[in-house]
Each structure stands twice: as C-alpha cells, then as structure tokens.
Design a protein around this ligand. Structure first.
Ligand code: FAD
Length: 476
C-alpha cells in the first residue's frame, strides 16, 4: 500500500477553506481529487439543467486547480459505493477522505462507501465542512435537543465560536506513470458536457461557476450591498442580495470564508445601521444552517409535511392551474414575472419565491410538493434542505410556529416592486401599461387581450377564504 490518499469532492468544489481536503493533505501530500457523477442523482426527475451546467463549470475549474497543485482531479461516473472502493483498491490508496452531507440519500450512500472500503482494508475519514456548526453542535440549552424553531437556533448560533478558515494546500505529489495507466483502465472519464449527460442549457449561466467567481462575488457584495441589505434584499428589481446561493450549494466557496467576510465587514462598520444590515445577512446564512440541521435530524421532512394534519389536506391539485403557474400564465403579474425569471435563468429572487409559493399553495390550493419538485427541476441553487424548508414554511406545513401566512400578490407587488420594474423586465408584453395596473394586477379584459396576457385564473380573496376554511377543518 502506498501513502496515496483520495479526496472525494461532493458539495465542496474548491481547494481553499476545505476542512476535509485540508486534513487529507495533512495526512499525505500524495493526494488526488475525485468526483463521482453519481448516476442515481443524475437520473432523478428533479435535476435542473442549469444546476448540472453550474456543477460541470465548477468541476472544470477544480481540475485546473489540481493541475496547478501538481496533481489531478479524476472524474468517474456510476455508483459511488462500487466504483470508489474499486478505484482506491486499484491505486492501493491508504485512505479516502470526504466531507459529510445532511441529505438522507447521502447519509445512506456514504455508509455503503465506508463499509465497502472497510472490507478492502482501506480507511475512510470524514469531516463536517459545509456548515458553520456540525449538526449536534447547536442544541437546545434545556434538553440538548435539535431546535425546531429558527429564532432560538439563531440566538444560540450567533454566540458560538466559529471554526477558522481551513489551511490551504501547497504542492501535491503527482501520480506515477504506472498509477496513471491503472486509473485509465478503471473507467476514468473526461469531464462530460451537460449535453453528454442528457441535459440542455444553452444560454450563459446567471452565475459564473467556480471558486474564483464565488470569491469575486463575495467581495463585490461585501464592498457595498451588504451595508444596504436590510431594505434592498426585498426588492426583486434591485441587485440587493449576494447571489451566492449556487456557490454555497456546491461549495464553490467555503462557509467559513463567507462568515469571516461578514466579521470583517462588521469591524469596518462605523454605524449601528451598517452592523444591523450585516447581521440581517448573517441571519440568512443561519436560515441555510437551520434547514440543514433540521433535515439532518428530521429526514422525514424530505418525504412530506412535518405537521401530521397536513397529510390529510384536501388540495385541489388542478393540473391546468399548475401548468399556468409553471409557465407564468396565471394572470397575476408579480407571480408570472417571477416564474418567467425562474424558467429563463434558473434563479428566482427570494421575495418572489415566497410570493409564488404562497400563490401555488394558498390561491391555487395545490400541494406544495408539486411546487417543491418544479423548483428543483429549474433552480441553479436547488438544494433539498433550503427548498423543502422554504416550501414547508410557505405552505404552513413545517415546523414554523406562526401557522398561517397568506401573501396577497397585489400588496406584495405594491410594496416591493412599486414601479413595476421587475414585472416589466420579465413580462415585456405588459411594458406599455401603467404601473398601477401592473402592480395591482387589475388589468382590463381588453388590455389583457391586446397584450396577449391571461386574465386572472382565480380570485385571490375567494381562494384565501377557501384555504382558511379547509385549514380549519384539518386542524379540528
Ligand atoms: P442572499 O439573500 O444573499 O442570502 C445569502 C445566502 O443565505 C443564500 O445564498 C443562501 O445560501 C442562504 N439563504 C438565504 N435565505 C435562505 C432561506 N430562506 N433558506 C435557506 N437558505 C437561505 N435557497 C437555496 O439555496 N436553494 C433552494 O433550493 C431554495 N429554495 C427555496 C424555495 C422557497 C419556496 C423559498 C421561499 C426559498 C428558497 N431558498 C432556497 C432560499 C432563498 O430564496 C435563496 O437562498 C436566495 O434567494 C438565494 O439568493 P442569494 O444568494 O442572493 O441570497
């Protein structure tokens, strides 16, 4: 057996601030990276083309990073539990290192990989990297149980010490010519295109993939927008949020590095107002953390509503209404603009995610799981924990203590897109109409006809009364 170690990248597509990778390097500088295109994940029916394209972009850059360090990132495709132990055995690797994940599928798969490696006498070493605090590190003070409510979780998280940025890597020892020949024999592939994998994303990605782009985006956001985040984050027409969600989903940037940027920004702030803005952004990072901890401890969240009474909810589940929602043809301009943004770019502003999710569940009375899946099929940042958390929050089926939230699309548009800028951007057919009609959605049948825009498919007031009635029934 050589002193070779393999680092298996999954949601940590970077070489800096990577705890598992840094530990693998401490163990041995004879180190290669590995990424397995897991066929079980790629063949799922909720994989988004934009997400696959972003992933492949990250991998391309990661291959270059390994090359610069003198080593290689190998790409394989198949079932990790079979192919990784086989590769490790062929190369006579001493150990395989990786960072853990919270998703139920990953937990089972990783157990299988550990067992298969063990059978071959190869060590596996795992770490927590994608979170500021590993699951189990933030528990209720009274009973040491996982939190089910965000605010006390946040209050606890903010007081806990955060790990520092992980050590970087220096020069790595390359594989020998004989080892390179061996890996060629066991199914190492060139990095495929999205098309090779059966996905199609032709337009430029909304976010540039990779570590370099993520660092630049963080630095750009922390230069200015972070200090105005509290107000600007709610305006979908403004560039008020960080746009780091895909980078955080795939680990193109480390969460410690992101947190450290907020700490630095705090230090540079001269006013309480500036510090409040930064803290508001930290709270969003904590939502990400909260939903991941919840999924880790309550994996059943992935299967359906957390609150049992919701299992019996009498949804309408009208297929035509669902289609209209997906295509952005509901006749509610703010909803339609948001869905068109999602369909065209693979990303949607957070305020709009809340509006369209409320509309699907409370106005169209369609099961939130339909929306959850559609989001996963489209989002560049689609992430089981955040997406499920967002949908259960919007549907009122989750852990959140405040049970019933119904967003009025017109009020939301009046408040957060008062000039109709966002609506005009995504619904150009309405651009000639006055703001008032755009934001209230009160477009005359004649204008609808001349703009080739649908009339509202449901009546908001009537539907919200109906939803409340059904909600009362399931509660009793
Ligand atoms: P910023 O406002 O700059 O926030 C910084 C980071 O904090 C984000 O990049 C993200 O990692 C995290 N974050 C912010 N808000 C949330 C939140 N509510 N929950 C969890 N993490 C958060 N986010 C995803 O990353 N993937 C999803 O699949 C996803 N699906 C969602 C579905 C619904 C119905 C809702 C209401 C929200 C969803 N979100 C999801 C959360 C949020 O909308 C996005 O994280 C955010 O819009 C990303 O833009 P940003 O990076 O500019 O965010």
């Amino acid at each position: 057996m050589t002193n070779l170690v393999i680092f298996w990248h999954r949601r940590d597509l970077r070489v800096s601030d990577n705890i598992g990778l840094s530990n693998a390097y401490k163990y041995s500088s004879k180190l290669i990276g590995l990424f397995c295109l897991d066929t079980q994940i790629l063949n799922r029916d909720d994989m988004a083309s934009a997400r696959v394209a972003y992933l492949l972009g990250c991998l391309k850059e990661l291959q270059e990073s390994y090359q610069k360090l003198g080593s290689q990132l190998l790409i394989i495709q198949g079932n990790p539990a079979q192919i990784i132990p086989k590769l490790a055995e062929t190369l006579q690797a001493k150990a395989v290192f990786w960072n853990e994940d919270v998703e139920p599928y990953s937990k089972i798969r990783d157990r299988q990989v550990i067992d298969a490696l063990k059978e071959k006498g190869i060590q596996s070493q795992t770490y927590w990297d994608q979170l500021l605090h590993a699951p189990g590190d933030i528990l209720t003070k009274s009973s040491q149980e996982p939190y089910k409510v965000y605010t006390p979780f946040w209050k606890n998280l903010i007081t806990e010490n955060k790990a520092s940025i992980a050590h970087s890597l220096n020069q790595l020892q390359p594989l020998t010519a004989a080892e390179i020949n061996l890996v060629k024999e066991i199914g190492i592939i060139n990095l495929p295109t999205a098309k090779d994998l059966g996905y199609c994303w032709d337009s430029p990605l909304i976010f540039s993939p990779g570590e370099k782009a993520a660092k630049e985006q963080l630095s750009f956001f922390c230069d200015q927008a972070i200090y105005e985040y509290q107000e600007q984050r709610n305006l979908p027409a403004s560039e008020g949020t960080s746009k780091l969600s895909a980078a955080l989903k795939f680990g193109a940037i480390g969460i410690r590095e992101v947190w450290q940027a907020t700490v630095n920004a705090m230090k540079n702030s001269r006013s309480d107002e500036a510090r409040e803005n930064i803290q508001t952004w930290q709270k969003e990072l904590a939502w990400r953390e909260f939903y991941q901890h919840c999924l880790y401890f309550f994996p059943e969240l992935a299967e359906g509503p957390y609150r049992p009474e919701f299992k019996e909810f009498p949804w309408d589940n009208n297929e035509e209404d669902f289609q209209a929602w997906c295509e952005g043809k509901t006749g509610y301009p703010i909803v339609d603009a948001a869905m068109r943004q999602l369909n065209e770019t693979g990303w949607m502003h957070n305020r709009c995610r809340m509006i369209v999710a409320s509309f699907l569940t409370k106005d169209l009375i369609i099961n939130w799981q339909w929306g959850e899946k559609y989001f996963m099929q489209k989002l560049i940042d689609g992430d089981l924990s955040a997406n499920n958390g967002g949908w259960q929050w919007s549907a009122s089926s989750g852990m959140d203590p405040k049970p019933l939230r119904i967003f009025n699309p017109a009020t939301q548009a009046q408040k957060f897109d008062p000039e109709g800028e966002y609506i005009r951007q995504w619904l150009p057919e309405l651009s000639s109409l006055d703001n008032e009609y755009l934001v209230t959605g009160k477009i005359s049948p004649l204008d609808c006809q001349s703009c080739a825009y649908p009339q509202p498919i449901v009546d908001h007031q009537k539907q919200q009364r109906e939803f409340k009635e059904r909600y009362k029934q399931i509660k009793s």
